[in-house]
Design a protein around this ligand. Structure first.
Ligand code: F6P
Length: 499
């Protein structure tokens, strides 16, 4: 048995007071479990986290060399051993090895200059931006534009990811080819869906009478040579560092649609907000480190209480895409079954799911309140509304948000089993005054660091994603017509669809 196995045993064996009992026993529970950082208020009081549990989890991190791993993350050392790479997304926010920060700044300056040129009509009278990318090359920009760009009338942005032509066709319907900029976003510039969509978009431009479609194309990539091969002019390539992972790349040139739709100042505020969270994560002791504490909560419920999932409900329409963004960040990073040494892990990252309040209350909350599954819930809300309608809307929204957390915890006894609520169900609440670029930057950085801390807790590498490769290989071989190599079910499907 290793040292950490012993600590995990202690955690599992620890007493399990109810949330109500925790509040009763700890008059200062709020001051112990509510934290403020970078304009965000994190309320972990309605979880089963206790000071002794925190101390145990911190011991596990310490035994696993957390301090050194965190230093390695910020110093640009290799933290992704299976691919022999650093993970330098924090350098994009000015927090990292000086040479990496300088490189990121130079790339940002290049992006800004290109945006200035586009605004000055150097690429023609551009009004629409068609961003083509998938996974990390789409989910982040999509979240940013949807969350912060609703009021913006600067550019009309569409982000197309799916290889299903229905997605691209729908986007193109609204656009005028002569006034459209195509931004091809791909870290590797090899992703088949993105390349196919890019080619179809270029064909649409040519058919729409644009004489030089490539003159209206830019590339956002860590593989500039591949973009040049594809036909993109070198001057219109916005590079970013190979050491910035795809699902951590919205801070780099992959964030181009957000920067152009929101304006450069807003993009910089986003980076600064993330930088503030970086500094907290980098220097705070694990016991007071908000992303680390959130990771403790995640793995407490996953390992000790058997929670298979965790749910995020933004009580803010502007954050409707947050659960989708977090699905990739959390599950592609920590959805692993072996440690860095190749040993089995007790459980992969909990499955991330969620929705928006109040819609979700009328759809999935039944199970949260009375189902047999334990689902730790996270609520996110802003005190200021994102609209100018009657204030009753926002009051109702926040009231509902707070009521759900209270109900999950308190429960309600009844003689009628169908009408009784067990209660003692955990939730966390992240509250901000206003949803601004800086707050959103800090929020996303919080999730990134929580993923890192969770990975260190169970000893995995959060920065590779080999799990996605096998399906890609098989798709390629189906496409190339080798149907005989497949199992009977797959073969029959192929034959039925393609003859
Ligand atoms: O297949 C998974 C993945 O590699 C993600 O990690 C990545 O965000 C996405 O594909 C897109 O990759 P790229 O930016 O290289 O096109």
């Amino acid at each position: 048995m290793t040292q950490t196995d012993g600590i995990w045993k202690d955690i599992v064996a620890a007493e399990r007071p109810t949330l109500i009992d925790l509040f009763k026993a700890e008059p200062d529970r709020l001051s112990n479990f509510v934290f403020e950082e970078a304009g965000l208020r994190f309320d972990f009081a309605k979880t089963h986290l206790t000071k002794p549990l925190i101390a145990k989890f911190a011991e596990i991190l310490k035994a696993g060399g957390f301090d050194a791993a965190r230093d390695a993350l910020f110093s640009g050392a290799v933290v992704n051993p299976t691919e022999g790479r650093a993970a330098e997304h924090t350098a994009e926010r000015g927090q990292g090895a000086p040479e990496s920060v300088d490189r990121a700044k130079a790339y940002h300056a290049r992006m800004r200059a290109l945006i200035d040129a586009i605004e000055a009509d150097a690429m023609g009278p551009i009004r629409h931006v068609l961003h083509i990318g998938i996974g990390g090359s789409a989910l982040g920009p999509k979240l940013l534009v949807d969350a912060l760009g609703r009021e913006s009338d600067r550019y009309d942005v569409e982000i197309v990811s799916n290889v299903d032509g229905a997605a691209l066709e729908q986007a193109l319907k609204r656009f005028d080819p002569a006034a459209t900029l195509i931004a091809i976003a791909s870290k590797t510039f090899t992703t088949s869906e993105t390349m196919l969509n890019a080619r179809s978009a270029l064909a649409w431009m040519a058919e729409g009478g644009v004489e030089d479609p490539y003159g209206q194309v830019i590339a956002l990539t860590a593989a500039p040579e591949k973009a040049i091969e594809f036909g993109v002019d070198e001057t219109r390539i916005l590079p970013f560092a190979e050491s910035v992972g795809g699902r951590y790349s919205l801070w780099s040139s992959i964030g181009f649609p957000a920067a152009i739709a929101l304006g450069w100042d807003a993009f910089e505020e986003l980076l600064e907000g993330a930088g503030a969270m970086d500094r907290h994560f980098r220097y705070a002791a694990p016991e007071e480190n908000i992303p680390v504490l959130a990771a403790f909560i995640d793995y407490y419920y996953a390992i000790v209480r058997g929670a298979q999932t965790r749910a995020i409900f933004a009580y803010d329409e502007r954050l409707a895409l947050l659960p989708f963004y977090l699905q990739q960040l959390e599950m592609e990073s920590n959805g692993k079954r072996v440690t860095v040494e190749g040993d089995p892990v007790p459980i992969s990252a909990p499955i991330t799911w969620g929705g928006v309040g109040t819609d979700a209350q009328h759809a999935v909350f039944q199970l949260l309140h009375q189902g047999t599954h334990l689902v730790p819930v996270e609520f996110i809300a802003a005190i200021e509304p994102g609209h100018v309608l009657d204030e009753g809307h926002h009051k109702a929204l926040l009231t509902n948000c707070f009521a759900q957390g209270a109900a999950l915890m308190a429960g309600k006894a009844s003689d009628d089993p169908a009408r009784s609520y067990p209660g003692d169900r955990p939730s966390s609440t992240i509250l901000m005054d206003e949803l601004t670029p800086a707050r959103l930057g800090a929020l996303i950085a919080f999730y990134e660091h929580r993923v890192f801390a969770g990975a260190k807790l169970i000893g995995i590498n959060p920065f590779d994603q080999f799990g996605v490769e096998l399906g890609k290989e098989i798709a390629k071989s189906i496409e190339s017509g080798g149907a005989t190599e497949f199992d009977p079910s797959t073969k029959a499907l192929i034959e039925r669809a393609f003859g």
